[in-house]
Ligand binder design. Sequence first.
Ligand code: 8X3
Length: 261
Amino acid sequence: MSAFRIEVRMKLALITGASAGIGAATAAELAGLGYSLLLVARRKERLSILQDQLQTSYPNLQVWTESLDITNHGAVVDFFKKYEPQLKSLELLLNNAGLAKGADKVQDGLWADWDVMIETNVKGLLSVTRQALPFLLANKKGHIVNIGSVAGRWIYPGGAVYCASKFAVRALTEGLRMDLLGKNIRVTNIEPGMVHTEFSRVRFSDQTKADQVYAGMKPLTAADIAETIAWVVSRPSHVNIQELVIYPTDQASVRDVSRTE
Ligand code: 8X3
């Protein structure tokens, strides 16, 4: 990719966890809005397939993909060095990478589950954000969109640590907004309820259990959230949608879900 082409489309969006679900769906929405895309996730093959699909739909799209584990701070630092030419055009960071592992009560919880949730949802988000901020600040404009959760506002049994990690995302979103005040950088927290992605399969490592989560109800889709993000980022630059709670109609709270028999 020549330096000239990098300068053709000025708006770059960096998406973490871009290989599937909300990340991949938002990549497609942002391509439609004229963003260039820098897509990262651990699964390089999935990213390559997504890259091909996006380039078929948007032949002029500039899209780069890179395998990156955001829990590896050294790798994150190296990534930001490698893509510095592209990142000079950074206008949007979508902190989408995140996961739940397990739904055990704290007294039964597994350290490995807690570790990966906190490492990814909290420290990984911080690692990427810290490296991205110099680029946004240099551009004197930008937008950070964090994928939080209703679990960042309300707690449910078996969700203490996952909820804590998403409460942290909410706190970091608010803190960032304060620290960046006056810098023309918007910060948004998107807080979805039940979205039918790989989320529950990752959480339970079991397809049957994952299917039960959505049985008899109509959950949100990744596309629903992606469309919302596209709306949020395309508001005029003086408008910051600070946070959005989005439930499916069949869900009234983290614990109330309407299901057909
Ligand atoms: C996912 C929503 O309700 O499964 O963040 O925790 S929930």
